[in-house]
Ligand binder design. Structure first.
Ligand code: MEV
Length: 318
């Protein structure tokens, strides 16, 4: 028996970090995916491996730990957290592959978590639906990161472009928003858990300054929702630039990210900002008619992806 699942990466347009404090956010699934395959092992060992991420571990299911055989499995904490919530002791071989750069701010951990849980549920014939899967994946992210909003796992499960409101209602956008985005990612991996904790301590140390910034980020996201509904690209771009300034205030910017954000604007992007947790990871640039120029302009030392939103969320089968 073999179970297969895949889930998409996500791009946060507005509201990273402020969403952790209950403010709204807008994010969409993009056309890069993580894939997980689970099959029975024909010896008594359980193996987790990835050819493209170049690692292999032997799972010690009795002690809920692992023995490293090869490489550095950066994403493994999410996989193990998902695995030990669902799996029994039967030996399996689990293979992960990912088109999403790990630690890039594009939701690799959420996509891997959602795909791992869906594959495990299929393998064990456990009933699930998108609501329960998004919930369980959020629990895994929270267990690994300490604090996590439900945003990344929701988007990776349901797909599409979504608005998460202040009271955590989740609304898909009905408009067809096909704006061209360029993603530039640095070689430095962002650590979401650490970045979220750093913002929290900045906020605790300077609450009277940072609390209004977080509220303003939420108000900005609500303006952005209206701009997206009207397909008003120049307003969206302006709001992205303001949002980047707020993220800088929260201390999640880096020299490399800044360089790409401003290079993108110089090459014709109408808006550019960090996407995701920051501290490394990626920037996004909205650049209608200028994608090639922007990609070339920011790619000198960095990696570039041209991504599109996709309606396709998690998919799984046996
Ligand atoms: C990470 O992709 C987004 C953050 O807002 C954290 C979260 O929402 O859990 C930084």
């Amino acid at each position: 028996m073999k179970a297969i699942a895949s889930a998409p990466a996500k791009m946060i347009l507005f509201g990273e970090h402020s969403v952790v404090y209950g403010e709204p956010a807008i994010a969409g699934a993009v056309n890069k995916r993580a894939y997980v395959e689970i099959k029975k092992s024909y010896n008594d060992k359980s193996i987790l491996k990835s050819y493209d991420l170049n690692f292999e571990v032997e799972l010690d299911t009795r002690n809920k730990s692992y023995i490293l055989k090869k490489g550095k499995p950066g994403i493994i904490r999410y996989i193990l957290e998902a695995f030990y919530r669902v799996h029994d002791h039967s030996p399996i071989v689990m293979t992960l592959s990912s088109e999403i750069p790990i630690g890039s701010g594009l939701g690799s951990s959420a996509a891997v978590t959602v795909a791992t849980l869906a594959a495990l549920y299929r393998y064990h014939n456990i009933r699930f639906n998108k609501k329960s899967l998004a919930h369980d994946a959020h629990m895994v992210e929270q267990a690994v990161q300490g604090v996590a909003s439900p945003l990344d796992t929701l988007v990776s499960t349901y797909g599409g472009l979504v608005y998460l409101s202040r009271n955590k209602t989740f609304e898909p956008f009905r408009v067809n928003f096909n704006a061209p985005f360029v993603v530039g990612y640095t070689n430095k991996h962002g650590n979401t858990g650490k970045m979220v904790k750093d913002v929290r301590s900045l906020k605790n140390r300077n609450s009277k300054v940072i609390n209004p910034v977080i509220t303003a980020m939420g108000n900005l996201t609500n303006y952005a929702k209206q701009a997206i509904l009207k397909q008003d690209y120049s307003k969206i771009g302006e709001l992205m630039n303001i949002n980047h300034g707020f993220l800088d205030v929260l201390g999640v910017n880096t020299v490399e990210l800044s360089r790409m954000v401003y290079a993108a604007r110089e090459c014709g992007a109408i808006g550019s900002k960090i996407t995701g947790a920051g501290g490394g990871g990626s920037i996004i640039a909205l650049c209608p008619g200028k994608s090639k120029e922007v990609a070339r302009g920011i790619a000198k030392e960095d990696n570039v992806l041209q991504v599109n939103f996709t309606k396709r969320g998690v998919s799984s089968r046996v």
